[in-house]
Structure formats: structure tokens, C-alpha cells
Design a protein around this ligand. Sequence first.
Ligand code: CS2
Ligand code: MG
Length: 402
Amino acid sequence: MTITAARVITTCPGRNFVTLKLETRGGLTGVGDATLNGRELSVASYLVDHIVPLLIGRDAHRVEDTWQYLYKGAYWRRGPVTMSAIAAVDMALWDLKAKAAGLPLYQLLGGACRENVMVYGHANGVTVEETVAEAKRYADLGYRAIRLQSGVPGLASTYGVSKTFGYYEPADAALPTENLWSSEKYLRSVAPLFEAARETLGWDVHLLHDIHHRLTPMEAGRLGKDLEPYRPFWLEDPTPAENQAAFRQIRQHTTTPIAVGEIFNTIWDCKQLIEEQLIDYIRATVVHAGGITHLRRIAALADLYGVRTGCHGATDLSPVSMAAALHFDLSVPNFGIQEYMRHTAETDAVFPHAYSFADGALHPGEAPGLGVDIDEALAAEHPYRPAYLPVNRLEDGSMHSW
Ligand code: CS2
Ligand code: MG
């Protein structure tokens, strides 16, 4: 199954996406997501200028060898740009292999380990009342797990809260917008949010929250303890994870489950957190952690230590990533939960897909391959638009994690 052509398609149906499309001599095509929010053109260039020339003429069936070739052959290993580019190739090769077999990809990954993939939706609002009302709307739609992100009294804006009701798109300007942050004001706001949510939603729905890398380990330990009465499903990214040992401090102070990893790119980023059981869910995702081939290795390591998967699934991961993630989620033994921020209708039109939502869960469908494609003609109608993620400063002006 010789690769004869490769195209890198950058499109912006409301937000930017980078997609790799491979063609083979037999006429099959395979797609992979290469979107890195705010740095899209870096990955597009890495693919066009440094990877595509190496793919033409290669046997598309050699998925693992191609992964090893692109990882070990690059010399400069790891990092979000390299691993997102490798991920796109990997997704496209798995897509091709499954299409050639006439099977949905999950069947090549060992078959289904469950009937469907439980997902969590995003409820956000400027106030606790707005956020809880939005969470109730998700519960009424059948979601069994809902992430709560609310505004912080005294702060003009904060992570996860959209300016216009509904979709939260963080890459919101041609140059980074500057947000102001106060951990003290934030820490006072979370327990009241969860208390109100439990009062309205009850106990049969999982409630999640994303701290987004902003606390010290001790602040995170305190917040985890504050929320224990409300039984969160997880607290996400409580503190910057470059220092993985710091999570020992959080573990000493709270039993609230911890989820980390959406910005991780290889198994090495996850190793200590998993081996020391400092986390309960690993969030590494198919597009930023080297594709399906590498994500399966991360999940296998996590399984040894009782850590479950909780893959990142924000709208800056295209429907190609969502489709690939669902085949992975359906087949991996230690599945936990899948994030699912619904894409806009404009995005869905560019990326027709087979996955579907019902009863708080997604299923990848039975179409051969990933079950997703890119409408290149429609994609061409949405040219790339520079868009940066915000930056975050403390109220005294010090730079802080966004
Ligand atoms: C967030 C993301 O979905 C999440 O858990 O952390 O929205 C993240 O901020 C974006 O993917 C960044 O592009
Ligand atoms: Mg997150």
C-alpha cells in the first residue's frame, strides 16, 4: 500500500485546524489531525518541509516502523510540534490500514472493551447560577459527566468561561490577550460552585473541574480537600506538571482524584506521575502525544498502576482527533472518560464523521477506518486566521501559567 501523495490542509471553519491527508497507489486516503492551538503553522511546516518528503513511496502498512523512523530519525525528539506531526502521520496510517481491512479501526486495536465511550461536557458561566443552569442543561441532554468552570468574583475573566454564551474558544485574538489572575479570589469561588451544583444536580452525575496549571501544590491540596464533600470526579491540571514530584504534596492532603496530561507529548512526560500513582487519570491525547501508536503505550503503562485514561477533547482538537480518540477509547482496557466539547456546525461540515452521541456517550461508528474525512473544497473556503491563546498575569503583573 504505497503512499503516493500527501497534503497538509490548514483551514479555519470558525477556528484553525491542520489536517494531513495521505493517498495511496490503490486510491485509499487516510487523515490525521495535526492541530496545535496557537502554533498551527509550526506543525504544518514541520509536516510539509520535513516529513511529507519522507513519506512518499513508503509502505503505509508499516505503521510502527514509520513511527520509529519519524521519532528516532528526527534526532531532535519530543515536544508538541514534533509529536503532533508524528501523530498526524500515525492517525492517517491507522486510518488507511483499517480501510484496507474494511474494518472500523477499533477492531484492529483489539476490538471493543465496552459498549460506548462515556464523555463529559463543558458547562460554564460568569456566575455560579449561570454555570449550574448550564450544567442542568447538559444533564437534561443525557450527559452523565459535566465539567464546571465559573467566573471568579473580582476577576474580569478566567479560564474556561466564554465571553459569549455557549462555546468557549480560548484562542481568541490575533495577538495574545492578557488575562489577570488571583489564586486567592479563585480558591474562594470553587467550593460554593460545587455545593450549588450538587444541590441542583444531585449525586448521579460526575462533576469535574479544570484548574488549568494555576495553583501551587499546597493550594491544590487545600482545594482538593475543600471539595471532598462534593466528590469531584477529578481535579485537572492542579499545578504545572514539569515538576512531577510536586504532586506528592497534593496526594498527602487530599483524596480528590487528579487528572493531568493534556499538554504531555510522550510517555516520558507521564512516567513518574503514573509509576508513583500521583494521578488517577492520564489526559495525554492522540494528536499531541504521538498518535494512536504512542497513546496505546502510555495507556498500557498507566494500566499497570491503576491509572485510567481521560483523553483531552477540546474543540481545538479536530473531529479527526475525536474519531481517532473514540476508536482508542472503545478498545483500551483502562478507559476512564473522554472529554467532548462539541464542535460547531461549521466545523462538522468540513469534517464529516461517523461518530455519534447518545445517553451521555459517544461511539465511533462502524465505518471502515477512523470514520472521518475532510471536505477539501469546503476547507479551502475557510483560510487560516492567526489566533493566539491568551497569556496570564497575576494582579501585580507577574507572568503566570494560563
Ligand atoms: C482545556 C483546554 O479542555 C481542557 O481541558 O485545558 O480547553 C485547553 O485550554 C485548550 O485545549 C488549549 O488550546
Ligand atoms: Mg484542561
